[in-house]
Design a protein around this ligand. Structure first.
Ligand code: TUI
Length: 310
């Protein structure tokens, strides 16, 4: 399954783990990289020194490449951007904004830059700015989402890393048919054994059906997809009634920690993609990646979709 993305990143399989806030810490990232994918540490809204410690801890668990995801709305984004260079991280992915102002520093340091985008326009801008690759993320994803679906977005950005709504080998094969050269998956990795996520959170994903996610914050400019619960119900009601922006924001941002760490899946924010309905089994990262590779290969292994000529 070698593609231009596996070669760029020096990984065995074209499978990248999403840089999920509170979820993507060093145990998960190292396990995914050890299993042949690309693990990511999600810097989210954490201080730069926490990110530095996470990078060093991941290095103790794997000598394979892993990356860091920067959430650009974080107040610490600029400091984290520097830590990435100082610690010699090979790959950075970015979310929730445009990484333009850090691009030069990273490129100079030889860091591979992969912005996550939700629109064709931003993908083109990032390509012009010197991005090494792009993740096109459809609105089936969990967390912060855009408007376009994976099915419509991916073929307009190729070659690309596809994200949003991918949960098994059929999804990966479909993404490759659309012109993707790798995939990024989040929800499927949340329920793995190595993910340091409260069991209540994992159980909610494992039990979810196809229609169980809601998007809050469409009116605040920060639409976030999460599994429906007391919080999403209250949020959507308050949003309809025109509650102030700050009050609404606090419910999702602070709520994610509550759900992931404390296991409060009633009033916390259980961010998840729509594919939760298909994610029904808890296993190790190694077992998951092996299953994905087997399934994908059985569907498209003979089609020669992996390699692209220059
Ligand atoms: O970033 C994500 N997903 C996320 S970030 C996150 S933390 C958070 N939690 C609550 C509210 C807000 C953030 C949870 N999930 N995915 C990548 C992604 N980036 N999807 C869409 C975008 C995006 C959005 C706007 C990229 C750029 C952008 O604006 C760019 C510009 O023009 O400045």
């Amino acid at each position: 399954m070698q593609t231009e993305i596996t070669r760029l990143l020096g990984i065995k399989y074209p499978i990248i783990q999403g840089g999920m806030a509170w979820v993507a810490e060093h145990h998960l990232a190292a396990a995914v990289s050890e299993a042949g994918g690309l693990g990511l540490i999600g810097a989210a809204s954490a201080p730069a020194e926490w990110v530095r410690e996470q990078i060093r801890a991941a290095r103790k668990l794997t000598d394979k490449p892993f990356g860091v995801n920067i959430m650009l709305m974080s107040p610490y984004a600029a400091d984290v951007a520097k830590v990435i260079v100082e610690e010699g991280v090979q790959v950075v992915t970015t979310g929730a904004g445009s990484p333009g102002k850090y691009m030069e520093m990273w490129k100079e340091a030889g860091v591979k830059v992969i912005p996550v985008v939700a629109s064709v326009a931003l993908a083109k801008r990032m390509e012009r700015a010197g991005a090494d690759a792009i993740v096109a993320e459809g609105c089936e994803s969990g967390g912060h989402v855009g408007e376009s679906t994976t099915m419509t977005l991916v073929p307009q950005v190729v070659p690309v890393i596809a994200a949003g709504g991918i949960g098994d080998g059929r999804g990966i094969a479909a993404a490759f048919m659309l012109g993707a050269k790798a995939v990024q998956m989040g929800t499927a990795f949340v329920v793995t054994e190595e993910a340091q996520v409260h069991q209540n959170y994992k159980d909610k994903i494992l039990k979810a059906s196809d229609i169980d996610t809601r998007v809050t914050g469409r009116t605040t400019g920060h639409p976030v997809r999460a599994l429906r619960n007391e919080m999403t119900k209250k949020y959507l009601k308050m949003e309809q009634e025109g509650a102030p922006f700050e009050e609404l924001e606090l419910m999702t941002l602070g709520g994610l920690r509550k759900a992931v760490v404390d296991g409060d899946v009633k009033t916390g924010s259980v961010m998840s993609g729509q594919i939760a309905g298909l994610v029904n089994e808890q296993m190790s990262c190694q077992a998951l990646i092996q299953k994905l590779v087997r399934e994908t290969d059985a569907l498209i292994g003979t089609l020669n979709l992996y390699e692209t000529e220059a």
